[in-house]
Write a protein that binds this ligand. Structure first.
Ligand SMILES: [Zn+2]
Length: 121
């Protein structure tokens, strides 16, 4: 829980600075952190391969004003985990992933505004 809260603080800081690159990167790191903490090496490996691709798609196709994972949803997921409310955590994560997907504008690529070398380093 300490690691999750520390991560949420980093996300909040990036959002307060409107640092789009950091927000996207940290959004991916949150999901990888959850996989790591869950202790399932298969899921962790899968997420480590999936997250860079997901971040790339989000950076290119996310609707303006809604960078990466919607604000506040990671916090609510962590709160459900902290309460050990498994059903709620699952429900919130599924809704969260649907929100992320629904914000993508796959037909219209954004102008490149991200330093790819920094983002994936
Ligand atoms: Zn997320």
């Amino acid at each position: 829980m300490r690691r999750l809260h520390a991560h949420l603080a980093l996300e909040a800081e990036a959002r307060s600075k409107k640092d789009r690159r950091a927000i996207i990167k940290l959004s991916g790191v949150f999901h990888m952190l959850l996989a790591e903490i869950a202790g399932n090496s298969f899921i962790e490996k899968l997420m480590s391969e999936l997250c860079p691709l997901t971040c790339l798609i989000i950076a290119l196709y996310d609707a303006p004003q809604t960078p990466a994972c919607p604000e506040g949803e990671h916090v609510h997921i962590v709160e459900a985990i902290e309460r050990k409310d498994t059903e709620k955590a699952i429900e919130l994560m599924l809704k969260h992933l649907n929100h992320v997907q629904s914000e993508l504008r796959l037909g219209v690529a954004r102008e490149p505004d991200v330093d790819w070398d920094c983002m994936f380093s």
